[in-house]
Design a protein around this ligand. Structure first.
Ligand code: ZN
Ligand code: ZN
Length: 348
């Protein structure tokens, strides 16, 4: 029996679905771990009592806690470069270039965006709760979920002359302009922080990225909303992993079905071969006295054996079974029609 041929596209589909479902499942497990940790994390109210709690805790450190407070800079805040009187503690300035690029495959102009320049500034800040109790936030840029408020956005339209336009058609690039944005975490913003809280040697409370590798959060939404968002993401990754796994199973079933058909075809071929073997033993016996007649009725390919099979659907009786088996492609040697079936020919 010849070996079963796997098609490249099947191997590719199977490989891709297994890899993707594995990857998505890994991300889902990670997200789910974060959600479980968030569910277990205590939510502490930010007041004078917090320092006492930390003092009583071994190591003066709590692994994973939730605190909410208003942003207050420790020294001078950052000033907006574009908006008068707007102050913050984290500032992000981005200059993006927008242009149209000719896509020769789709034969259209498609939008393309590129960051030309980006700058992030921070100043040390506290989260301040009731009765002026404060927690200093360390490494705010490492936190997830820090969506900043856009305080300035301006699009500078590109202007060009007639020769520029000709040049653009030749190069396949049309600049649209530049988008300038400024984002800020403003002073006074309510932030939810989730991380490791510890009492430093100078008796200040500090929130830092957890040392055990858990995810550090700093977000302008309240804790419940943030938890729901994380749960939603975990669910999404789980659905994606399941979809890929189902696709993988579907490909496997498809290959199994093809393998079954392949086995069936092998069986039919084997049966034909046996039929012809039986036929040739009968003819070998007759051969001695019918030498002349056999040559009259010779196979068109080898010109020596008798024609002993009918190829269907065309119905030509033109070759012997051995030559039929040796055909490079299953097409009739007389009329080139595809051969769907071959039937042994018995002469009584
Ligand atoms: Zn032949
Ligand atoms: Zn034919």
């Amino acid at each position: 029996m010849e070996s079963f041929p796997f098609r490249t596209v099947e191997v590719l589909c199977l490989g891709t679905s297994i890899t993707l479902s594995g990857l998505f499942y890994y991300i889902y497990r990670k997200k789910q771990k974060t959600v479980d940790k968030l569910n277990k994390a205590p939510q502490l109210s930010l007041d004078r009592n917090l320092a006492n709690i930390l003092n009583a805790t071994p190591g003066k450190c709590l692994q994973y806690v939730i605190v909410e407070g208003n942003v207050q800079p420790i020294k001078e805040p950052l000033r907006s470069q574009f908006q008068e009187g707007c102050v913050g503690v984290v500032q992000k300035l981005v200059l993006r270039e927008h242009k149209l690029v000719w896509n020769s495959l789709a034969r259209t102009w498609t939008d393309s965006e590129r960051i030309l320049h980006q700058r992030i500034n921070t100043v040390p800040f506290n989260l301040v709760g009731s009765d002026e109790a404060a927690v200093r936030v360390l490494c705010p840029l490492e936190a997830s979920g820090l969506n900043m408020e856009v305080v300035h956005e301006k699009f500078h339209q590109a202007s060009y002359s007639f020769t520029d336009i000709i040049g653009q058609y030749l190069s396949g690039e049309k600049p649209k302009g530049q988008l300038e944005t400024e984002e800020m975490v403003k002073v006074g913003t309510m932030l939810t922080g989730v991380g490791e809280l510890f009492l430093d040697t100078d008796h200040t409370l500090k929130l830092r990225p957890p040392t055990d590798g858990s995810e550090f959060f700093l977000t302008p939404v309240d804790f419940e909303t943030m938890r729901m968002q994380q749960e939603g993401q975990a669910l999404l990754w789980r659905v994606l992993a399941s979809v890929c796994a189902v696709a993988g199973v579907a490909v496997l079933l498809w290959v199994a079905r093809r393998y079954y058909q392949h086995l069936q075809a092998e069986q039919v071929r084997e049966q034909q071969r046996r039929d012809f073997e039986r036929l040739s033993t009968i003819e070998d016996r007759d051969d001695d006295d019918e030498e002349v007649e056999t040559v009259d009725n010779a196979c068109v390919i080898c010109l020596s054996s008798p024609r002993n099979c009918v190829v269907l659907d065309c119905g030509h009786v033109c070759c012997c079974f051995r030559c039929f088996q040796a055909l490079p492609q299953p097409v009739c040697p007389m009329c080139r029609q595809p051969i769907k079936r071959v039937v042994p020919l018995y002469q009584a």
